[in-house]
Design a protein. Structure first.
Length: 198
C-alpha cells in the first residue's frame, strides 16, 4: 500500500566509467609481463577465470581471450592445448583456484597437458570482501601435491622493477612442454591499505 517512489535513471547516479584494476594492483603487473612475453607467440591464447583479474580483459591490457565460469580457465587451456593451440595459458586467482581450479590442474597433470597455469595470488578473496583464501601460503605445496613437477612451480613478485625476471620465468615455462604453474604473488592493494590502518 505504500506509494511508489520515483526511480532515477542509472546514468543520473552512476559515473559512466568502465571497471578497472586498482592502481598498484599486482594483477596489472602480471598482465603487463604476460603480454610482453606473448607478443612473441602468434598463436597464444589466454583463458581467464572469475575474480578481480577478469578485468585483465579490459583496456589497457586486453590480456584474456575467454572467461566462462569459476575454475574453467585451466580446463579450457587444457582443451585448447589438445587441439593444437600453443601456448595455452590459464589465469586464475588464488581463491578461485582452491574453490574449483585444483581439479582441472589435477586432470591436466594426469594427461600431461602442455599448459601454463598462472595463479594470480593476491593473498585474499578480493572481490567479496577480503576474506582469507584457503590456499594462502600453501599454493606451491598444493600444486606439487597435485603432481606438478617442483621445478615447474615458479613464484614471481609482480612489480614493474621485476619485469625482466617475470618475463624470463613466464617464457621458460611456456617453452617447457608439460604442465607448469607460475604463481604471481603480491598482496591485494586494498587489503594492504586496510592492514596498514590497523
Amino acid at each position: 500500500g505504500l506509494p511508489a517512489l520515483p526511480v532515477r535513471p542509472a546514468s543520473a547516479v552512476v559515473a559512466p566509467r568502465p571497471p578497472a584494476l586498482c592502481m598498484g594492483c599486482g594483477h596489472r603487473d602480471c598482465f603487463t609481463a604476460l603480454n610482453n612475453v606473448l607478443r612473441d607467440y602468434e598463436g597464444a591464447r589466454v583463458f581467464g577465470d572469475i575474480g578481480c583479474y577478469t578485468l585483465g580483459w579490459m583496456p589497457p591490457f586486453r590480456a584474456l581471450h575467454t572467461c566462462v565460469e569459476m575454475g574453467a580457465s585451466v580446463t579450457m587451456a587444457q582443451g585448447a592445448a589438445y587441439s593444437g593451440t600453443w601456448p595455452a595459458v590459464a589465469v586464475i586467482g588464488d581463491s578461485t583456484f582452491t574453490h574449483s581450479g585444483m581439479t582441472g590442474l589435477l586432470d591436466a597433470v594426469n594427461t600431461d597437458a602442455d599448459i601454463v597455469v598462472c595463479i594470480s595470488d593476491n593473498l585474499t578473496t578480493g572481490m567479496t570482501g577480503g576474506q582469507d583464501s584457503a590456499g594462502t601460503g600453501r599454493l606451491e605445496a598444493i600444486c606439487e601435491g597435485l603432481g606438478v613437477p617442483r621445478a615447474h612451480i615458479r613464484t614471481i613478485v609482480p612489480l614493474p622493477k621485476n619485469y625482466p625476471e617475470m618475463e624470463q620465468v613466464i617464457r621458460e615455462e611456456i617453452e617447457y612442454h608439460g604442465v607448469s604453474v607460475v604463481i604471481s604473488r603480491r598482496e591485494c592493494i586494498q587489503t594492504a591499505k586496510r592492514h596498514a590502518k590497523k
